[in-house]
Design a protein around this ligand. Structure first.
Ligand SMILES: [Fe+2]
Ligand SMILES: [Fe+2]
Length: 298
């Protein structure tokens, strides 16, 4: 049964919509030391949906600096390489995440908003703890629950058992997933990120976002994402059915050398930043957060 489930999940991972080819190509260009943003904009400009979303994000209060920009190449130059990566990934996952996850009790748009809030929180924590690669924290936060997109349909039939196990044994929802189904959404998320050919640090951070002390190679990134997810839940942002049954690893706070005042400050900065990013209460769907708008590409 378990083996059978494993092969079904693997097949689903390969069926899940992947990052568009132009996004993979642009990410590759962005990782080159001699990256030319004009060339990157030519690649991205081939996809009008991604381009429109990127323009919308670049002009949100969260990213906008000064007057609105109307051309993709101008937006990329203004954002700079690190933030271009964030905006590109955000624009790419909107479509992939734009659906309800019934077993997790998340309506359409909620998994994207939860992911975006966690990304924003992770970047703030990275900044606070002087983690040098803030965009990595953002991207890992954005992708942390991607495994739920696959796991939702398997959880559906066993949801009551999972809840019962978590409640009776006072364990986290994610541990109950693993106990009842043999897999959990974090582990599956890691497999999705690996299938997308994203760097190993993202695979590990996603796979260990509920168990950061098991991260071997990039523990700091895993702790940042773990804490950002906890902050997102504490702000009540698209919590879902499992959100109230999450355990926070106290190690995250000590390992990142944060004190209680800094945590309070981070949570209140995060509350403002998610509003700046457009995550208001009216943002019912992913597209209403960063809607498509008319743009020209040059
Ligand atoms: Fe999770
Ligand atoms: Fe989460």
């Amino acid at each position: 049964m378990q083996e059978n489930l494993g092969s079904q999940i693997t097949a689903d991972i390969h069926r899940l919509e992947s990052l568009p080819a132009i996004v993979v190509q642009a990410l590759d260009q962005l990782s080159q030391p001699d990256v030319n943003l004009r060339q990157v904009s030519e690649v991205i400009g081939q996809d009008s949906v991604i381009t429109a979303r990127m323009m919308s994000i670049a002009n949100s209060v969260y990213y906008r600096r000064g007057a609105a920009v109307h051309r993709l190449s101008d937006a990329l130059v203004r954002l700079g390489i690190s933030m271009v990566k964030e905006v590109l990934l955000t624009a790419s996952v909107i479509g992939i995440m734009d659906r309800p996850l019934n077993a997790y009790q998340l309506d359409r748009g909620q998994i994207f908003r939860h992911s975006l809030a966690t990304a924003i929180g992770a970047r703030l924590i990275a900044q606070r703890v002087n983690y040098p690669y803030r965009e990595e924290a953002y991207i890992a936060g954005l992708l942390h629950d991607i495994g739920k997109l696959i796991f939702d349909r398997y959880l559906q039939d066993r949801y009551t058992e999972v809840i019962e196990h978590a409640t009776t044994n006072e364990v986290a929802f994610v541990d109950a997933e693993a106990h009842i189904l043999g897999y959990d959404h974090a582990q599956i998320g890691g497999l999705v990120i690996a299938a997308w050919d994203l760097p190993a640090r993202f695979v590990e951070a996603v796979a260990t976002h509920h168990s950061p002390s098991t991260a071997k190679d990039f523990p700091e990134l895993a702790y940042i994402v773990h804490l950002a997810n906890a902050f997102t839940l504490s702000l009540g942002l698209d919590v879902g059915g499992d959100g109230l049954m999450m355990m926070v690893d106290a190690e995250a706070i000590t390992r990142l050398s944060l004190d209680a005042d800094q945590i309070d400050e981070l949570i209140s900065d995060m509350a403002q930043a998610v509003v700046d990013a457009g995550l208001g209460v009216d943002a019912a769907t992913a597209d209403s957060v960063y809607g498509d708008e008319a743009v020209s590409v040059a």
